[in-house]
Design a protein around this ligand. Structure first.
Ligand code: PEP
Ligand code: MG
Length: 570
């Protein structure tokens, strides 16, 4: 039986299912022992929770990494919120036992987070449910399954992979992960990728369909699982698993190599990140810089704006981690599919065409200047920060942002604070308008970075999140390719560097075109760095040029994609 899900972490895992069903955390038999005594029980449970979580974070930090440990530390911080604590005490004052108080307040927060459209916010719901269940377990004295004791070759099947569950996971005993919920950017997916465990997420009713001990194959590259496979299917997947390991091992030789094509022409290969922790991972991935730091993640998962100090710390930390290498930091790209609750933005009929990104920031100069000041100041240390403006459609926007930047410089001069006076300011080329007037924008910008995720969406007039129109969402469409070519040509003409930070930068089929047109920098997700370097290594300029000419003579996306796929595997 084939089960379909989301491909969250690559590779193939074969083994026997171990189903982790939710613990029975029944407190209906617990009697209310009075206000003070229940509050004491709550306090003791909170302390015990903090100790246990702290210990788990330490183990995760040693075995997996800092970023993953931060998820658990985040839980302690969340629970330390005095408001949440006082709400629990209030429930106790109103006659609830400590268990009921924890359950009610955590469930309320989890439901609130789950109802938000933004995926990152929704992940908070998983965290709060994890906190609730573990707090209830402490209060009720229930001990959970110890995943570190599972036999080798276990395929973990759970509703969700919670951060606390991952403590016991290791590649020695876990062959793969399958969950009922979670998307590609959920914590589960991040953790699975960090552990390099194949994972398929969002398989509906997995816990109803799969029993403990069932044979199970998880294909994390294709996003599917095979329940009780026959011998020949197993043999086929074993072969694919070996091929995956061999491919990954072969890529290791590219980690410390320069990014050059077969003729020796040099390119820059950067990574896209969303946090300081990811900068650490980028530094180890073989990336030569940061081509896109999505700063909106700094603004999410909080209840108020990060002030200048908080932002300064984050930008400076990334700058230091990448000392000697370029760090391109994009200013707040809010709106569209990235909602930030506390900004109180109005609901719009067409959010992707609405008051978002640079448009929103220019209309809120008091908010935007906090970020610009933090960026200017963080630039003073290593002098490796560049500022990038999102969703630019006209020259006026670049000028207005530069005007605000000048105001910030004057203020910092007056305050005597050090900053990078010569900080470079570039734009994301991600709208049809920007592609059409790339020559005009090039005169106002220090660099371009092509955002193909949005450029494809806006050029094709197709919502990038709407599955019904997905077949039109193709960077291989001749209109999108011509736009990309136009942007690169304008940058070359003006003598400014041009990169690409949209997902297309990692597409091996597009590499010959981008190289032929003269793209200077490819910025890709951390897990695609070595693959992309290997792809670039394969091409000779002459051949890439011939392939590009042929591809650009075709008139359909399917034609272009088909031709390029064949040319790449040639
Ligand atoms: C893009 O649009 O290509 C891009 C890199 O930015 P985001 O995906 O954050 O919109
Ligand atoms: Mg974009």
């Amino acid at each position: 039986m084939i089960l379909q899900g989301i491909a969250a972490s690559g590779g193939v895992g074969l083994g026997r299912a171990v189903c982790v069903r939710e613990e029975k955390l029944d407190y209906s038999g617990v009697a209310y022992s009075g206000k003070e005594s229940e509050k004491d029980r709550l306090q003791a449970a909170l302390e015990e929770f903090e100790d246990r979580t702290d210990a788990m974070a330490k183990r995760i930090r040693e075995r997996v990494g800092e970023k993953e440990a931060e998820i658990l530390i985040g839980q302690i911080t969340m629970l330390a919120d005095p408001f949440m604590h006082s709400q629990m005490e209030e429930a106790i004052d109103n006659g609830s036992c400590a268990e009921a108080a924890v359950d009610a307040i955590c469930t309320m927060y989890a439901d609130m987070f789950a109802g938000v459209e933004d995926e990152l916010m929704r992940q908070r719901a998983t965290d709060v449910r994890d906190i609730r269940d573990r707090l209830l377990a402490v209060l009720l004295g229930v001990t959970g399954v110890d995943l570190s004791q599972l036999p080798a070759g276990s395929v973990l099947v759970a509703r969700d992979l919670t951060p606390s569950m991952t403590v016991g996971l290791s590649r020695e005993n876990i062959a793969g992960i399958l969950t009922e919920v979670g998307g590609r950017t959920s914590h589960s997916a991040i953790l699975a990728r960090a552990l390099e465990l194949p994972a398929v997420l969002s398989v509906p009713k997995a816990l109803d369909l799969i029993k403990d001990g069932d044979g199970l194959i998880v294909d994390g590259s294709e996003g599917k699982a095979i329940l009780n496979p026959d011998e020949s299917t197993r043999a086929g997947y074993l072969k694919r698993q070996q091929e995956f390991f061999a491919r990954r091992a072969a890529l290791e030789v590219y980690r410390d190599r320069a990014t050059v094509d077969a003729d020796g022409k040099v390119y820059h290969l950067y990574a896209n990140i969303g946090s300081v922790a990811e900068a650490e991972a980028a530094a180890q991935s073989g990336a030569e810089g940061i081509g896109l730091f999505r700063t909106e993640f700094l603004f999410m998962n909080r209840t108020s704006l990060p002030d200048e100090g908080v932002q300064y710390e984050a930008y400076q930390a990334v700058s230091k981690i990448m000392a000697g290498k370029e760090v391109i930091i994009r200013t707040l790209d809010v709106g569209g599919d990235k909602a930030i609750e506390y900004l109180g933005m109005d609901k719009e009929d067409n959010p992707f065409l609405g008051h978002r990104a640079i448009r929103y920031c220019l209309d809120r100069p008091e908010l935007y200047k906090v970020q610009l000041r933090a960026l200017l100041r963080a630039g003073a240390g290593e002098k490796n920060i560049k500022i990038m403006l999102p969703l630019v459609t006209c020259v006026e926007e670049v000028r207005a942002a530069r005007e605000l930047l000048d105001q910030c410089k004057d203020e910092l001069d007056a305050e005597g604070l050090p900053y990078d006076r010569d900080i470079k300011v570039g734009i994301m080329a991600e709208t049809p308008s920007a592609a059409l007037i790339a020559d005009l924008l090039a005169k106002e910008s220090d660099f371009f970075s092509i955002g193909t995720n949005d450029l494809t969406q806006y050029t094709m007039a197709v919502d990038r999140g709407n599955a019904k129109v997905e077949k039109l969402y193709k960077t291989f469409q001749p209109s999108v390719l011509r736009s990309i070519r136009n942007v690169i040509a304008a940058a070359k003409e003006a003598g400014i560097p041009v990169g690409m930070c949209g997902e297309a930068a990692a597409d091996p089929c597009l590499a010959p075109l981008l190289m032929t047109w003269g793209l200077d920098e490819f910025s890709v997700s951390i897990s695609s760095v070595l693959d992309t370097r290997a792809n670039i290594h394969r091409w000779r300029g002459e051949k890439a040029k011939r392939v590009t000419q042929e591809a650009m003579g075709l008139s359909t996306a399917a034609g272009v994609e088909g031709y390029l796929s064949a040319a790449v595997s040639d």
